[in-house]
Structure formats: C-alpha cells, structure tokens
Design a protein around this ligand. Structure first.
Ligand SMILES: NC(=O)c1ccc[n+]([C@@H]2O[C@H](COP(=O)([O-])OP(=O)(O)OC[C@H]3O[C@@H](n4cnc5c(N)ncnc54)[C@H](O)[C@@H]3O)[C@@H](O)[C@H]2O)c1
Ligand SMILES: O=C(O)C[C@H](O)C(=O)O
Length: 341
C-alpha cells in the first residue's frame, strides 16, 4: 500500500525500475487465500489484502458470491493478481500454492448468543476446510478467525494431526481484534496518542478468557483500579458491544478485517525474514498448563519462532488468569473431542 504510493510519485523510468525490483527481487511471491471471502469480514479483508504489497496472488474462496467480489477487488491497481473461486469443487485450486490461508468462514453471533453457540455450525465448516488445507497446501500458515476461536484452533490442530502434517508453528488463532480494542479503549482513558499504545492481550478469544494486561501497557498511565477493571471488562465484552449495536445484523466485520489484515501482514513479514515481528496470537503453547493459549509470539520464516512468556502480572491480572483457565480448558477439550468423533 505504501510502496504503490511511492511508485506513483516518481518518474516513469524510475517507476518501471522500482516495479521490476519490487516484483522479482526484493519482495517474494506470496499467495494468500481467504476462505469465506464474500462475507462481512471476507470482503473488507480481501480489500485490505489487495492493498498489501507483500501479496502477489490473492485467492478468494467462498461457497457463494466470490466472482463479484473478485471482479470488484481485482480492478484495484496494486501488485496482486486476484482470482475468485466458488463452491467445494474449486477449493483445491483456491488453496494450491498458498503461503497463508485466512479463515473467516462461518456464521456470526446474534444478540444473546455466546461465541460457543456458533460451535455446532462453525466446527463442521472449519473441519472441512482444514481437511482440504491438509491436502492442498499443507505448508501454509493458517490464520483462524472463525468462532469460537478457543475451539476452532484445537479442531484444526486435530485435523492436521490426523492428516500427518500438523506443524504447531503454522497454526494461529487471530486475537488481534482484542489487542486493537484494548489499545483504543486504553488510549481514551489514559489520554495518550492511540498510535503509540501497546497492550498485550492473553488467554483466549471469548468473554473472560480475553485478558488484557494493562499493567504492561505503554505509554504508562496512572489509572485507578476501578478504571482498569472497567477497561478490562470493556475489552472482554467488545465483541458483544458490536453484536448488540448491530442488532441482529452480525458481529464485528470492519474492525475485524482491519485486525485480520494487520495479523496477516505480520505473518507475511515473518515469512519474508523481517526480524522482531511480535504479535499476540492464540497458539499451541507451554507457557501455562493449557495446550493452547494466546500471548505474545515472535513470528519468523516458519511461523511461530518463539512463544514469549507473560511477563509480570498485577494481582488483578493473576486472578483473571486463574479465572479464565476452566472455560478455556473446556473449550479446547470440546474442539479436540469434536475433531476426533
Ligand atoms: N476472531 C475474531 O476476532 C472474530 C471477529 C469477528 C468475527 N469473527 C467470526 O468470523 C466468522 C465470520 O463472520 P462474518 O461476519 O464474516 O460472517 P458472514 O456470515 O458475513 O460471512 C461468512 C462467510 O462465510 C461463508 N461460508 C460459509 N460456509 C463456508 C464454507 N464451508 N466455505 C467457505 N465459506 C463459507 C459464507 O458464505 C459467508 O460469505 C464468524 O464465525 C464470526 O464469529 C471472529
Ligand atoms: O463477538 C463476536 O461474536 C465476534 C468476534 O469474536 C469479536 O470479538 O468481535
């Protein structure tokens, strides 16, 4: 996105030189596939990935409506070639050669529902898509957005284990939206520029399993215990806030597309060897007794390079950590059981 702005502002000789070195030397070819690309998240995510100069091929897959989305996004004059694929019979072509697969396929919540209420429909969708991934692009990084993330990531891991290609370094639950929200809400209360804010968010991606670590937030601010409690609750309930505001028309799509694009960009940078790319994500983990856990992760050429430890927690956060474990454990077990039925 930034590179294309640079190209436009230079002379045409320089432009073609830049384009040549840009496309063939400095930036590797990367195919990104979005599964669920015609949905509320999928469409703006397709747009944002089309703007990403690290992408050379953008594969848009859905069970319906992908030709229109692909034709529309494909007219944007950025690096990537866009191809739309519709229906199960085209899934193999959508996946072949993918370096990164982003999965926002599945149903969203309506008011009154929990993310776990989506399990019955979305678990089956994720299972089928992951079975195809195992066959057609077993070396791709996977960014799982479909809810309930606390269970869909363990489902994917089990499907991949059965297929004999599971690599725990390549499977990510996307929790970036929790970080995006924590940064926004914190900046408002701390009265600091939002662009400078960093807040790790650990645990999982549902209710109390979302645990922002405001004690580690930067820039530091002297916020009262009551304010920190309210900020924590608002971050945990951020998804519900949007579901209620949309009043039956779905859940977060635009902020999620932004968050998904940020995380995908970080994964691509890691694949391309950019050093010190660190993002929070829900991954296979040994930093607590739970087999999957969200924390800061260093991304590299093979996906997860290092799962970073949690750092110092306040007493309030230590309590939150203990409180989230039973729910997260049972969501993980539910996913594992489903995949092995
Ligand atoms: N991880 C997060 O932070 C986060 C944030 C927001 C939403 N979500 C989740 O993302 C999912 C999608 O949300 P949305 O608002 O885009 O929903 P949506 O209903 O607008 O779009 C979902 C898309 O998935 C497609 N789809 C259904 N079955 C499919 C299949 N087998 N293969 C490919 N595509 C299929 C649908 O046709 C639709 O286009 C939901 O489960 C939602 O809860 C996660
Ligand atoms: O809340 C939801 O159901 C969607 C998503 O998980 C979110 O956090 O916005």
């Amino acid at each position: 996105m930034f590179r294309s702005m640079l190209v436009r502002s230079t002379s045409s000789a320089k432009q073609s030189l830049l384009r040549r070195s840009f496309s063939s030397e400095s930036v590797p070819q990367r195919k990104v596939a979005i599964l669920g690309a015609a949905g509320g998240i999928g469409q703006p995510l397709a747009l944002l990935m089309k703007l990403n100069p690290l992408v050379s091929s953008l594969s848009l897959y859905d069970i319906a409506n992908t030709p229109g989305v692909a034709a529309d996004v494909g007219h944007i004059n950025t690096r990537s070639e866009v191809v739309g694929y519709m229906g199960d019979e085209n899934l193999a072509k959508a996946l072949e050669g993918a370096d990164l697969v982003i999965i926002p396929a599945g149903v969203p919540r309506k008011p009154g529902m929990t993310r776990d209420d989506l399990f019955n429909i979305n678990a089956g969708i994720v299972k089928n898509l992951c079975t195809a991934i195992a066959k057609y692009c077993p070396h791709a990084l996977i960014n799982m957005i479909s809810n309930p993330v606390n269970s869909t990531v363990p489902i994917a891991a089990e499907i991949f284990k059965k297929a004999g290609m599971y690599d725990e370094k390549k499977l990510f639950g996307v929790t970036t939206l929790d970080v995006v929200r924590a940064k926004t809400f914190y900046a408002g209360k701390a009265n600091v520029p939002v662009a400078e804010v960093n807040v790790p968010v650990i645990g999982g991606h549902a209710g109390v399993t979302i645990l922002p670590l405001f004690s580690q937030a930067t820039p530091q601010a002297n916020l009262s215990g009551d304010v920190l409690t309210a900020l924590t609750k608002r971050t945990q309930d951020g998804g519900t806030e949007v579901v209620e505001a949309k009043a039956g028309k779905g859940s977060a799509t635009l902020s999620m597309a932004y968050a998904g694009a940020l995380f995908a960009d970080a994964c691509l940078k890691g694949l391309n060897g950019v050093p010190d790319v660190v993002e929070c994500s829900y991954v296979q983990s040994t930093i607590t007794e739970l087999p999957f856990f969200a924390s800061k992760v260093r991304l590299g050429k093979n996906g997860v390079e290092e799962v970073l430890d949690l750092g110092p927690l306040s007493d309030f956060e230590k309590e939150g950590l203990e409180a989230l474990k039973p729910e997260l454990k049972s969501s993980i077990e539910k996913g594992v059981k489903f995949a092995n039925q």
